[in-house]
Design a protein around this ligand. Structure first.
Ligand code: GLU
Ligand code: ZN
Length: 289
């Protein structure tokens, strides 16, 4: 078993991250496997070396160990680009020139009372650029937003392979053999695989990286359960294996609100400064010995 923890260095780790990292670590150790770390820093406008250093420090303090060198997404931009170029050649993606307002307008959102369909990435793309212009061979431009042709990517020949094994649970207790199908064309739609400002996207990078690191079990919060369907589609498109997924519940604060990165009052470094031990943290997140 190979698990991973894949934080973005855009703020302090909090109790929710500690839960996710310890769970992934303990699962691998219990199975005699390996726990890997990956720094998800494709958003260079938000990633900071100080946060990355703090992540290593907090995880080591928790008693977790991982092999070096650590995979860093900012080192892999060429690999993401090569993959986008091949998807482009296969006409599996297209360039989108819409801005946020164009999308809301085409989705009918500005009208009072209109509720556009939202998926894991927000408002489902209304498809404006899908048929615009001819497909140009060669490579897409580095600063173009690129979207997946979800209809083609979920073609009839794939209906039996659109599935994954869930050993944890989704937000509605979904577990076991999770099947899905063409409904994601309208519930998720043509998601962005390359953001204009990044040249890639969370979805593309995470799928390529999990495969490159040989991850067998993806342990992460159940807020990513729907996104897993996108990842399975991409794995089929790119000829990559689908790992087992283990989605866990989210650690909530005393009022039942889920923790976000801005909840610095729940930051691990704050508990550390107040004298908490790694064992105290394990107890707080329900993973005590
Ligand atoms: N970098 C993502 C996050 O911070 C990780 C998501 C994942 O585990 O796939 O939420
Ligand atoms: Zn567009």
């Amino acid at each position: 078993m190979i698990t991973r923890f894949a934080p973005s260095p855009t703020g302090p780790l909090h109790l929710g991250h500690a839960f996710s990292a310890i769970l992934a670590h303990d699962m691998a150790v219990a199975a005699g496997g390996r726990f890997l770390l990956r720094i998800e820093d494709i958003d260079q406008s938000r990633a900071r070396p100080e946060w990355e250093a703090q992540i290593f420090d907090d995880l080591a303090w928790l008693g977790l160990t991982w092999p070096e060198p650590v995979m860093r997404q900012s080192d892999r931009l060429k690999i993401y680009r090569d993959s986008l170029n091949s998807l482009w050649t296969r006409n599996a993606i297209y360039a989108c020139t819409c801005n946020r307002r164009d999308i809301l307008e085409a989705a009918g959102a500005p009208q009072e009372g209109a509720h556009p369909v939202t998926g894991p990435d927000g408002v489902v793309y209304p498809g404006t650029c899908r048929t615009a212009g001819a497909h140009i061979t060669g490579a897409p431009l580095p600063d173009q937003a690129l979207r997946l042709r979800m209809e083609e990517a979920t073609g009839d020949n794939l209906t039996s392979s659109l599935r994954f094994t869930e050993t944890g649970a989704g937000p509605d207790s979904e577990t076991g053999n999770i099947r899905f199908g063409k409904e994601i064309r309208s519930s998720i739609g043509d998601i962005v695989l390359a953001r204009r400002d990044m040249g890639t996207s969370y979805h593309l990078s995470v799928v390529l990286d999990d495969a490159a690191q040989g991850i067998t079990h993806v342990v992460r919060g159940n807020d990513l359960f729907e996104a897993t369907k996108i990842h399975v589609v991409l794995q089929h498109l790119l000829g990559l294996p689908t790992p087992v997924y283990h989605h866990h519940h989210l650690i909530r604060d005393a009022t039942g609100r889920r923790l976000a990165k801005r909840d610095d009052d729940r930051a691990l470094c704050k508990f550390r400064a107040e004298g908490a031990s790694p064992a105290d943290i394990r107890h707080m997140v329900g993973l005590g010995a």
